[in-house]
Ligand binder design. Structure first.
Ligand code: DON
Length: 310
């Protein structure tokens, strides 16, 4: 299939909400973090940011929402930039095939999480990062603000609190990791940092811009510097493809065919290496914790634009 010219991207985005109407009313916003259940489930936004620096938007693309597990790509990138391959002695690179907060798999695999995108893996990454950053929360926020070129990005205190008060499963995972010797810091310190990362609020436009470094060989979207090396960017994209949407990664690879990372706030980020990054947001989730309208929108976008990694 021929690639459409870039000006076509805006046209595709404009048609999108109409084209996927049947994907709504099929799922539910996340409710295990009560603050997330308060969001209007019918919201829909999408943004594309190209490696040439052009941005295209549709619907609620400038609305802030809770990034949740999309933050796991930021923390992984920051950790890899500090410690490189050493990180993978403590966390694997295999798809989990189980839910993002599975406890049984962690026991079975002796405290080495399958990959950095399931909760246990991201908790290990948070623990590893604590060794390298002097003011963890501020440094993490500055990293994300720099990638998005937006100093108005903040964490959402109510989401943070809500997750802290209802985070028994993550607390269990962290304690379990500690019992296997795979957490160096105190459980409460690691969880405080992990919940903080998940509670950042960003828009589709912020996220599309921020993720552009993965579409351009690790180069920072707005500064003349590298966020990660070219090889590291390739590895992060590979992990997003195989593990970024948990036990639905096969479905995503089949229908969308791009490296993707989802969050239970309803956001999904996708990368087209060498071309653009995309973020879609809509809060109704399917059984595996991924946005149903979001997945459908990415599938439509890929079909219409002709872009694919395959
Ligand atoms: O730790 C949690 O359960 C949430 N803060 C993040 C989970 C999440 O976003 C999974 N993504 N689809």
């Amino acid at each position: 299939m021929e690639y459409k010219p870039v000006s076509e991207l805006q046209r595709i985005l404009a048609c999108l909400p109409e084209a996927i109407t049947d994907a709504f009313n099929q799922g539910q916003p996340a409710n295990y973090i009560p603050a997330l259940a308060e969001v209007d489930p019918k919201r829909f936004g999408m943004a594309v940011s190209t490696v040439d620096g052009e941005d295209f938007t549709a619907g609620d693309a400038r609305e802030m929402f809770s990034i949740q597990s999309i933050s796991k790509v930021f923390s992984l990138s920051l950790a890899i930039s500090h410690m490189g391959e050493e990180l993978f002695q403590r966390v694997g690179v295999e798809p989990s095939g189980t839910s993002f907060n599975s406890l049984s798999q962690l026991e079975y695999e002796n405290g080495i999480p399958r990959n950095p995108f399931i909760n246990a893996g991201a908790i290990v990454v948070a623990d590893a990062l604590l060794e390298y950053v002097s003011s963890p929360k501020q440094d993490f926020l500055s990293f994300v603000r720099g990638l998005s070129d937006n100093i108005d990005i903040h964490y959402d205190e109510s989401v943070f609190r809500s997750e802290f008060d209802n985070g028994q499963r993550n607390t269990a995972l962290a304690n379990y990791l500690k019992s296997f010797g795979n957490l160096k810091n105190h459980v409460s310190r690691v969880l405080d940092f992990y919940f903080y990362q998940c509670s950042l609020s960003m828009s589709c436009l912020d996220l599309a811009r921020a993720f552009r470094f993965l579409a351009q060989d690790g180069r920072h979207p707005f500064r003349n510097e590298s966020v990660v090396s070219r090889l590291q960017a390739r590895r992060i994209n590979s992990l997003m493809m195989t593990c970024g949407t948990y036990d639905e990664a096969g479905e995503f690879a089949f229908h969308v065919g791009l490296p993707c990372k989802s969050g239970v706030g309803g956001g999904i980020v996708a990368i087209i290496p060498g071309k653009m990054s995309i973020c879609v947001w809509s809060p109704e989730l399917g059984a595996k914790g991924n946005s149903l309208p979001g997945m459908r929108a990415l599938e439509y976008f890929v079909k219409q634009s002709g872009h694919s990694v395959f």
